[in-house]
Design a protein around this ligand. Structure first.
Ligand code: FES
Length: 181
């Protein structure tokens, strides 16, 4: 799924404010961690990422510091703090994928595109998030999931580059990749 995310200056905070007022009462929770994470998930669902203005609103509403929220946003791989690219990819970096060579793709992204987890290629084609857990399809390791849809398994640097090239050409598929739902 490709989000068309609004720029930070165009953020309409009213939808988030309404959800916070209706469902997020800090007094109902002993530990605010769960509450903060859920509020950030709501923001990411609305905007496609967690904009600075949303972070400030959540902090104010829940009575926590923005630093605490940024700490959580950094810790959890699912969160984006900048508008995502046209496509988003979860690149598994769990044990089976690591053994299978996911580090080579991580290195490639870093060296070739200056892209780290949560970052987007300069041309806006792809946002990559590294998943240190497991995507649950270890038999495809190393594997990536594109736009919360198909898995691309048994990735190599070459097949990854082919996939990226196909995304740039906007056909959304790669004939040579080991794609599966
Ligand atoms: S470790 Fe990558 S899918 Fe399980």
């Amino acid at each position: 799924m490709a989000h068309s995310a609004p720029a930070s200056a165009d953020i309409d905070l009213e939808p988030l404010r309404a959800i916070l007022n209706e469902h997020f009462n800090p007094e109902n929770y002993q530990d605010s961690l769960e509450l903060i994470v859920q509020a950030c998930q709501e923001a990411q669902h609305i905007y496609g990422y967690v904009p600075k203005a949303a972070t400030e609103l959540i902090a104010e509403h829940l009575g926590v510091t923005t630093n605490r929220i940024y700490g959580l946003l950094t810790f959890y791989a699912d969160f984006l703090t900048a508008p995502p690219g046209k496509h988003t990819m979860l690149l598994c970096h769990g044990a089976a994928c690591y053994v299978g060579g996911s580090q080579k793709i991580v290195n490639y992204l870093d060296q070739q595109y200056d892209v780290d987890s949560g970052h987007t290629t300069r041309d806006g084609t792809l946002t990559v998030q590294y998943v240190n857990g497991c995507l649950g399809v270890c038999d495809l390791a190393p594997v990536a999931q594109l736009d919360h849809g198909p898995y691309y398994g048994h990735l190599t640097v070459e097949s990854f580059e082919e996939l990226l090239e196909s995304l740039r050409n906007d056909d959304g598929s790669s004939e040579d990749s080991d794609e599966t739902e």
